[in-house]
Structures are given as C-alpha cells and as structure tokens.
Ligand binder design. Sequence first.
Ligand code: ADP
Ligand code: MG
Length: 272
Amino acid sequence: MSEAEPPTVTTPEPAQARVFCVANQKGGVGKTTTTVNLAAGLAKVGQRVLLVDLDPQGNATMGSGIDKRALNLSVYDVLLEAATVAESRQRSDVGGYDVLGANRELAGAEVELVTLDRRDQRLRGALRVVTADYDFVIIDCPPSLSLLTLNGLCSAHGVIVPMQCEYFALEGLTDLVNTIKQVHANLNRDLQIIGLLRVMFDPRITLQQQVSEQLKAHFGSKVFDAVIPRNVRLAEAPSYGRPGVVFDPASRGAQAYLEFAREMVERVKQMA
Ligand code: ADP
Ligand code: MG
C-alpha cells in the first residue's frame, strides 16, 4: 500500500458580502423605497441580505415590518461600539432579510461620534465581522452628506444613486459625486458609483424622457437599465409594514424593482 498523498488543502475564501450605499443628499428622492425593495427583491432571487438603516427617521426599518420604537439595539449602539451587528440585527420575516434598524436615537450619534477616533470607520469595522453571512449589505443613507452618510460610504464597495428625471437632476449630483471622489481618494479606495437609478419615472412626461436621455449620454453604462415607474403601490406598501415587492408582487413598481435586483446580481458578478 502506498502512502496516502497528503490532501491538498484548498480552503475556499468565504463568500464576502458586497456592500452598497443608497445615497442622495436630497430628501424624498426614493432612497428608502429603493433600499427596502432592493433588499426584498434580492432576497426573492435567493440572495442573503442585510439592510442597514442609517437614517434616524427609521423608515427603512418600519418599511421592513420592524417597529423602530421597540428596538432593543440598533445601528446607534453599533456605531458607538456598545453592541455588535450580530447582537443588534433582527429578521424581517416579511422581507426575508436581516435588518440593522434605526430610530430617533441615531440623531444623537452624529454629535457623539464627532469627538471619537475612527469616527467615519465605525460601521465599516462592525460590518467586517458579518460579511461572510451575506451576499449583499444594502445601506439606506439619510438625506445629507453627514457623518452618518460618511460611515456608509466608508463601508461600501459602491453607491447606488436613485434620482428623479427632473430639470435640476444633473446639477444636484455634483456635490454627491465630489463627496464620493473625496472618500475614494482619502478614506475608501474600494468605493465607486455603481449606478444611477431612475425612479418615480413617468414616460408620458416629455421632460423626464429628455433628462433620462441626457443621463444616459452623460453617464453611459453607469445608468441602470431598470427604470422604476411612479407607482402608487410602492407608496402604499410601507403603511402595511411591507416592501412593495412583497405587498403587491404583480404591480409595475414591484416588477421593476425585481428587475433591478437581478441587474444588481449581474453587476456584482462583473465586479468580482
Ligand atoms: P427618501 O428616502 O429619498 O427620502 P422615499 O423612498 O422615502 O425617499 O420616497 C419619498 C416618497 O415617495 C415616499 O412617500 C414614497 O412612498 C414615495 N415613492 C418613492 N418611490 C416611489 C415610486 N416609484 N412611485 C410612487 N411613489 C414613490
Ligand atoms: Mg429615506
């Protein structure tokens, strides 16, 4: 009997989650709707997802069917390093993904973080421990370029920018693009704009079509193919504590977000 060959040990790298920020410093542009429906859409196509709510309004938490007023631990505790992500996350049963929730307490973190070291790297450090648990981490940012948003950008591989095709849409992008460039240069070499997502789109409005064409001419493949229509079912879903793609899967809005989720899965394959 010959000596057994020593087994060639190939320990595969554990799959690492891709982390995306949904950001736009304007309020009411569809960040939270995009975060919640992307998370639920990715879950529907079999991806393991963590949603991180970085907005003290807690809308993404509520929209996932989790009561923000009843959180024992939240992203606030994680940012202050008083708790881990594993201790603080909750399951969204309706959405099929995990949630690191937020509520009003988070507004205080902004002030408390300022005097602490690594104040912009807190979320990144906390997420690193759980990246093997997920395929995607999706972060809902507040409507500002604040320290909270900075924590999101420092944690992410990419930024998803939802935008309405309005007259000043391009102009409004300048500050965000500059911030992303600075973060890329100084704090997070991984960061890139993954894409612009046209939301609340109404093809009957000529101006929206024109701005949409301008976006494509200007940003090319950075504009996602999926287009999210204005659809009342998406707006109704949060009051039922459900993502739109779960609340009314057949609606046009839900179908568009599912298509977007599939597009994200494809984009991530190209990034790898
Ligand atoms: P943000 O997080 O950027 O402040 P939201 O996602 O909360 O924006 O959206 C702002 C408002 O617009 C909400 O009332 C939401 O329900 C509504 N909304 C978002 N996307 C759509 C859509 N595609 N169709 C109709 N209403 C939408
Ligand atoms: Mg929001």
